[in-house]
Design a protein. Structure first.
Lengths: 345, 329
């Protein structure tokens, strides 16, 4: 266990063992703290291409990072006022519980255990994923069910280990997981040939294959999906106002795509649009911000800073990125996908 | 105050302090539970009886994902002990040889021993661990093209496989040998150790050996030169001098310090998680993430390491009492 994960757990232990009763359970406290601090503490991965990864200058980009940028724009009026806190898979929950981060936007799967027993609320799904397998092409595999007796490299602290065990039991094939603490070590061992397959969410596999493999064409992603992995940001329980803010910023980005609002046309629409739905989203008619503890331009600033959901997707994981993932389940509900937002009304 | 009443006061003060300490710990524990509950975080050790739901790559005894969490923790402890024990033995033997080599009159031997100690103890263990691991997994052939140095022995990226005796049900002695086979894309059957196990074993043994070597050297040098000269004048050979006169006396210096190195080795084995060996830390990490019970999982892990270390030090203290100078304390 790394020093950092012990630190997060230790911080949690110290605050709960010695602290006074339930300071975190006051509504609105998180938003007040963010405004006083002038920045959002955003828990992200230590570097997963397309979701949250730093560039050479230390600027974070990706689908999850953009959620935080949009949130900062809505809440603080400046998309740059985000303090990204890189967390590995084991650290992430303790960091959110202890209050080190305001939200966790770290390609985290929404499950019952996490939602019901760790003191969290999942806000909204920003990416519909599923677990798959990356294998060397030379093994000529066509299905994950052929991985009988195989060594499979996997990173610890994820839902992937449990899905892998379930899959092996359901199909009655014996597999041997090789579990690494760090992402880097896990894929290096795979590319060195230690394992016959690497397993994680398919979006992660695409990143590995296209960014880390010496020759991407030597590897294929098997067609089998062995799990549902709905990914999205989560917040601590006990602050319903902040919970609503995060949820609705994400919904506004989705609503923007549905109503044709883009980074490029937003100013023009704000000035001239006669569409009542667009007017409501951009705050030119009703003031929806007041209900969220924000001002009326909250959604305008979020969309202007990050683009609508479709633009965020295309830029980070879709056709305009190295991952080139198809929209698939992540298309709007009106276009055959699963992405659906309640109305901003 | 006379001596007797002073003693009674002393005992009372000690008892009061102990009571206060216990009360403080109990209060902190109770407060922690109340706090966790107030934040909607479920706490408690009841999860240890729930099915673990994850597989572990290698294990000293039978385990599968339908078994409870406590059993998964036991597999982790077993794997930690399984790699730490042979590493202790290897480190001791290697350390003894190199420590003696450091004092050799043979120039090359002395130079090599010094170079060994100075290199290994000055490079962080984690770096050495990665070096061993990536050397093993880069250089060895793929599992479907495993090397066969001896009949039935396979070496590949999947590890080392050996023929292993199997017992038929109710038999007292092995009834047959199980031979490993290359099938599909992996080696199966027989006894197998993974490259992760080998890397951890080699890294821990060679690293700790460097420190033990220095302890051995210091121990030998602590024996006064007169002892060796006296042994020489009795006509003992060099090896006899070392075995009969010098080492028994040197042990009094060597053993206490080596105990520290043993404790370090057991604790350093926790770095194994970095290269995918399923030791106690690795299993704890997974359990912690599946259940979210950070508090409880880390408590289990800390208690196990504490127990292992106390056990090591108790055994070494008993041995130390045997080699210590009689009549001294």
């Amino acid at each position: 266990m790394t020093l950092h994960s012990l630190k997060a757990a230790g911080l949690l232990a110290a605050t709960v063992a010695l602290g006074a009763h339930a300071p975190a359970a006051l509504a609105g406290k998180t938003l007040d703290a963010i405004k006083a601090r002038g920045s959002i503490q955003c828990g992200v991965s230590t570097g997963v291409a397309g979701f949250s990864a730093p560039d050479a200058q230390g600027n974070w980009s990706g689908l999850d990072a953009d959620t935080c940028h949009a949130l900062a724009a809505a809440v603080l009026g400046d998309a740059k006022k985000v303090n990204f806190v890189p967390l590995n898979a084991q650290q992430r929950f303790a960091a959110l519980q202890s209050g080190e981060v305001d939200l966790l936007a770290r390609n985290t799967t929404w499950t019952l255990t996490r939602d019901a027993s760790l003191g969290f609320h999942f806000t909204a799904i920003t990416y519909f994923d599923g677990q798959g397998f990356l294998v060397p092409k030379k093994l000529k595999l066509t299905s994950a069910k052929q991985l009988k007796n195989a060594d499979i490299c996997v990173q610890s602290g994820t839902t992937n280990e449990k899905n892998l065990a379930d899959f092996a039991r359901a199909n009655n094939i014996k597999i041997k997981p090789v579990v690494f603490e760090g992402f880097e070590a896990s894929f290096k061992a795979f590319f060195a040939g230690r394992c016959q397959a690497y397993t994680t969410d398919v979006s992660g596999l695409a990143g590995l294959r296209n960014k880390e493999a010496k020759n991407p064409d030597d590897y294929v992603i098997l067609p089998d999906l062995i799990s549902k992995e709905p990914l999205g940001p989560l917040v601590r329980r006990g602050d319903d106002e902040w919970f609503a803010d995060v949820k609705w910023v994400i919904y506004a980005l989705i609503e923007a795509e549905e109503n044709g609002i883009t980074q490029a046309n937003i100013d023009e629409l704000k000035a001239n649009s006669k569409d009542p739905v667009v007017q409501r989203i951009l705050g030119t008619s009703e003031d929806t911000g007041k209900l969220l503890g924000l001002d009326k331009d909250w959604a305008y600033r979020a969309i202007k800073a990050a683009g609508n959901y479709g633009e965020i997707f295309n830029r980070n994981v879709g056709p305009n990125s190295v991952l080139k993932l198809p929209r698939g389940a992540n298309n709007l509900w009106s276009k055959g996908g699963l992405v659906y937002a309640p109305p901003v009304r | 105050m006379n001596r007797r009443s002073r003693r009674i006061v002393g005992v009372l003060v000690q008892a009061a302090l102990l009571l206060a300490l216990v009360a403080l710990i109990a209060w902190a524990g109770d407060n922690a539970l109340a706090q966790l509950r107030a934040r909607g975080i479920q706490a408690g050790f009841d999860f240890l009886l729930q099915p673990a739901g994850f597989e572990i790559g290698e294990s000293a005894f039978a385990y599968d994902s339908s078994q409870p969490f406590w059993r998964a923790f036991a597999v982790g402890v077993g794997n930690t002990v399984r790699v730490a024990l042979p590493a202790l033995v290897l480190a001791t033997l290697l350390g003894l040889l190199i420590g003696i080599g450091r004092l050799s009159t043979h120039l090359l031997l002395r130079g090599l021993s010094t170079a060994y100690v100075e290199t290994l103890r000055n490079v962080p263990l984690l770096v050495q661990l990665f070096m061993w691991y990536f050397a093993l997994s880069e250089l060895l052939p793929a599992a479907d093209a495993a090397l066969q140095p001896l009949p039935g022995v396979y070496v590949s990226k999947s590890g080392l496989s050996l023929p292993w005796p199997v017992w038929a049900e109710g038999a007292w002695w092995p009834t047959s040998l199980e031979w490993p086979e290359v099938g599909g894309f992996n080696v199966s059957g027989g006894a197998a150790v993974t490259p992760e196990f080998l890397a951890v074993l080699l890294a821990l043994a060679t690293y700790t050996a460097a420190f033990i070597a220095e302890t051995v050297r210091a121990g030998i040098q602590s024996v006064s030169a007169g002892q060796r000269q006296a042994a020489q004048s009795l006509g003992l050979t060099g090896a006899q001098q070392l075995r009969l006169v010098v080492l028994p006396q040197a042990l009094r210096v060597i053993v206490p310090n080596t105990t520290n190195q043993y404790l370090n080795l057991v604790k350093n084995s926790s770095l194994a998680v970095a290269i995918g060996y399923p030791d106690l830390v690795s299993v704890t990490n997974t359990a912690l993430n599946q259940t979210g019970r950070a508090f409880e999982c880390i408590a289990v892990m800390m208690s196990v390491y504490l127990l292992l270390s106390l056990l090591t030090s108790a055994l070494m203290n008993r041995y130390n009492a045997r080699v210590a100078l009689r009549g001294w304390s």
